[in-house]
Design a protein around this ligand. Structure first.
Ligand SMILES: Nc1ncnc2c1ncn2[C@@H]1O[C@H](COP(=O)(O)OP(=O)(O)O)[C@@H](O)[C@H]1O
Ligand SMILES: [Mg+2]
Length: 341
C-alpha cells in the first residue's frame, strides 16, 4: 500500500478553561490513504471537531497540541501559520458545520469560488466563472449562474453549505475534511453531495475524513470508522468489522439497534442518528484514570475497568488479517471487556 495522504500519530490537545486544563484529545492514531474515507463518530463533546481543527491550525492560542500529523509527508503540526494557510487553500479542503464561519459576508459567492480557482493561475476570469457555475451545479445549487452574483446572506443555510462544499472542492484537494458537513441538509441534497465526493475519490483519489453522527452516512461512505469517546479512540477498524462485531461497550451502545436499523435506513435513505446511551460523557477536565466509558458502562465487570486504562488492542481472530500492512484494516478496541473470552 502506498504512503497515506494523512498520517496522524499520538495527537493530543489540551485547552485551558476556567474549570482547569481540559484534556480534549488524548492520543489519536489514524491514517487515511488516497481514495479512502475514514469516518469519525462519537457523541457531542467527544473531541471530534477539536481533533481536526488541531490538524489545520485552527484552534485558539490557549490550545496545546502535540503529536505528529504528516500530510503528504510534511508534519502539519510543525508548520508555520503561513504554511498552514497555503495547505488549507491548496491541498486540504475543509467543510464545517456552520457555513458562515467559512464564507466572507462581503464578497459574492462567485468571487469566493473564483478566487480559489484563479489562485492556481491557469484560468481566465471567464473560465473561472464558468467552472464556478459548474461546481455549484455539481453540489445541487439551483440556478448556479444567478447564485454566483449573490452574497452569502441572500442564500438559505442549506445553499450556503453547498457553496462551502463547492469552494472546498474547487481547489481539487488531496484531502477533504468534513465536520458534520451535510447534517443540516435534506436527505436528497445530502445523497447528491455524497455521490459527488465518491466520484472525486474515484477520479482523483481524494482522501476523506468525514465526521458525522449519522450512521447511514458512515455505512454508505466509509472504509474505516474511528469511534471517539472522551477524546480517545475507543474502537477503530473496517466499517463492516466495526458495525457487525462492535467490541467496545460504547460502540455497541451507539450501534444499539443495528443492523436492522441500518438496513432500514439505507432502504429509505433516511438517516438514523446514533442511539442514545444513558448518561453523559466525562468532562475533559475530569477524565477518569481507567476506561473513559467506565461511569456509563452497563458491562463493567473487570476490576481494571475503574483504575487501569485499557490499551487500543486488536480484536478477536480478525484483528489483524494475515499479511496486512500495519494499521491497515486492523480492528481494534480499547476495552477490558471480553478479554481472553
Ligand atoms: N475553544 C475551546 N476552549 C475550551 N474547551 C473547548 C473548546 N472547544 C471545544 N472545547 C471542549 O472540548 C470538548 C470537545 O469538543 P468538540 O471537539 O467540539 O466535540 P465534538 O465535535 O465531538 O462534539 C468539549 O468538552 C468542548 O466543550
Ligand atoms: Mg463537533
Amino acid at each position: 500500500m502506498s504512503a497515506p495522504v494523512l498520517d496522524v500519530r499520538d495527537l493530543r490537545v489540551r485547552l485551558r478553561t476556567p474549570a482547569g486544563e481540559a484534556r480534549v484529545v488524548n492520543g489519536l492514531d489514524y491514517a487515511v490513504h488516497a481514495g479512502e474515507t475514514v469516518a469519525v463518530v462519537g457523541e457531542s463533546g467527544s473531541g471530534k471537531s477539536v481533533s481536526v481543527l488541531a490538524l489545520l491550525g485552527l484552534l485558539p492560542r490557549t490550545a496545546t497540541v502535540t503529536g505528529t500529523a504528516q500530510f503528504e509527508g510534511r508534519d502539519l503540526l510543525a508548520m508555520s501559520d503561513a504554511q498552514l494557510r497555503t495547505v488549507r487553500g491548496n491541498g486540504i479542503g475543509m467543510v464545517f458545520q456552520d457555513p458562515m464561519t467559512s464564507l466572507n459576508p462581503v464578497l459574492t459567492v462567485g468571487r469566493q469560488i473564483t478566487e480559489g480557482l484563479r489562485a492556481h493561475g491557469e484560468l481566465s476570469r471567464r473560465q473561472a466563472a464558468e467552472r464556478a457555475a459548474e461546481l455549484l451545479a455539481d453540489v445541487g445549487l439551483p440556478e448556479p449562474r444567478r447564485a454566483l452574483e449573490r452574497y452569502p446572506h441572500e442564500l438559505s443555510g442549506g445553499m450556503r453549505q453547498r457553496v462551502v462544499i463547492a469552494i472546498a472542492l474547487s481547489g481539487e484537494p488531496r484531502l477533504l475534511v468534513a465536520d458534520e458537513a451535510t447534517t443540516a441538509l435534506d436527505v436528497t441534497v445530502q445523497a447528491q453531495i455524497l455521490d459527488l465526493v465518491a466520484r472525486l475519490q474515484a477520479e482523483r483519489g481524494t482522501a476523506v475524513v468525514w465526521i458525522t453522527h449519522d450512521l447511514g452516512v458512515v455505512a454508505g461512505t466509509a472504509d474505516r470508522v474511528l469511534v471517539m469517546y472522551g477524546g480517545r479512540c475507543v474502537e477503530d477498524g473496517g466499517v463492516d468489522d466495526v458495525f457487525e462485531r462492535p467490541a467496545h461497550p460504547y460502540t455497541r451502545g451507539l450501534l444499539g439497534a443495528l443492523p436492522a436499523r441500518l438496513g432500514a435506513a439505507l432502504d429509505s435513505a433516511r438517516a438514523p442518528d446514533l442511539v442514545t446511551v444513558p448518561g453523559t460523557p466525562p468532562l475533559p477536565t475530569e477524565l477518569p484514570d481507567g476506561c473513559v466509558f467506565w461511569a456509563r458502562c452497563p458491562l463493567r465487570s473487570d476490576p481494571r475497568c475503574e483504575h487501569e486504562q485499557p490499551p487500543l488492542a486488536p480484536v478477536g481472530p480478525r484483528g489483524a488479517p494475515p499479511g496486512a500492512p500495519p494499521g491497515a484494516l486492523v480492528h481494534r478496541a480499547a476495552t477490558w471487556c471480553g478479554e481472553g473470552s
